[in-house]
Design a protein around this ligand. Structure first.
Ligand code: AMP
Ligand code: ZN
Ligand code: FE
Ligand code: FE
Length: 279
């Protein structure tokens, strides 16, 4: 592990992670990381707590969010760093997205009920505890009623994109997402490009080219769930398009096996991204 590096992708209880922003910061400090981004889904809520927790530790907290976009009915996640959460067009879309998540959770629960899984929306809401509701909250409720053993099994059987209880989010396209994040003063990085679409292909090269033309600054080629050939493919694609190559663990606490700090972005790459945000 690159101990001076930055883990640019972590979740907390402010979305579908299970640890507090403070716990993420303490874990990053214990590992000796240079920096940590809090990238909760469709919110910046965890950032302030993380900044406070990091005060005086030498760890840099990068303000971030993992913004939900959709292309042809499938999720595409765009990481935004150093965005101004108060910028009205972005703030309005984040509010809309969080409302959409609540409606969607209801619809996913209804579909689960239709196929005989007795989950209740009240329990899902309770598990989210005020954070934007994500599929992992629904999955946790399904495990609790005994319809599956693990969250992964719930996704495989019901909730994965295209699954029997999957419901779309009605989100903007990734090109619009990139523009919103840039207009809010931030930089946009395409999250886990290998995890979209059917099989191992990942997102189509042409989509990444289109995003680059819209101002995308980087591609998260080094994601723990990418195979070596996917890392190579997206690294080469990013370099060819003049984009930065980033890494992050996509830590979700107990919600996923990914360990905080298991993928880090070198400090010099973070500095170049910061210059993009300042430009
Ligand atoms: P949502 O934002 O509600 O669409 O949910 C997306 C989140 O669900 C991701 O950030 C992961 O935390 C989780 N997730 C997506 N696919 C899977 C999967 N196959 N197994 C486990 N968790 C998953
Ligand atoms: Zn998540
Ligand atoms: Fe994601
Ligand atoms: Fe994530």
């Amino acid at each position: 592990m690159d101990t001076d590096g930055y883990d640019l992708h972590t979740h907390s209880v402010c979305s579908d992670g299970t640890t507090t922003p403070t716990q993420n910061v303490r874990a990053a400090v214990a590992l000796g990381l240079g920096g940590l981004a809090i990238t909760d889904h469709d919110t910046l809520d965890g950032v302030a707590e993380a900044l406070t927790a990091a005060d005086g530790t030498g760890l840099e907290v990068v303000c971030g969010t993992e913004f939900s976009a959709e292309l042809d009915g499938a999720s595409v996640h765009v990481l935004g760093y150093w965005v101004d959460g108060g910028h009205a067009p972005l703030a309005d879309e984040l509010i809309r997205l969080r409302g959409e998540r609540t409606d969607r959770a209801r619809r996913m629960v209804a579909r689960l009920n239709d196929v005989g899984v007795p989950v209740r929306i009240e329990r899902v809401t309770e598990l989210a505890a005020g954070a934007p509701i994500g599929r992992p909250h629904v999955a946790q409720a399904v495990v609790e009623v005994g319809a599956a053993e693990t969250l992964g099994e719930v996704f495989d059987r019901y909730l994965a994109d295209g699954g029997v209880a999957y419901v779309e989010k009605h989100a903007v396209t990734p090109v619009v997402a990139v523009r919103l994040l840039i207009d809010a003063g931030g930089v946009a990085v395409l999250a886990h490009p290998g995890l979209y679409g059917v099989g191992d292909a990942g997102i189509a090269d042409e989509v990444v080219e289109e995003l680059a033309a819209a101002g995308l600054a980087g591609v998260e080629a080094d994601h723990p769930d990418h195979h070596p050939d996917q890392r190579r493919h997206f690294r080469d694609l990013a370099v060819g398009l003049g984009l930065e190559v980033t890494a992050g663990s996509d830590y979700h606490g107990d919600g996923k096996a990914n360990q905080l700090g298991s993928a880090t972005t070198p400090r010099r790459v973070v500095e170049r991204l910061r210059e993009h945000a300042d430009a």
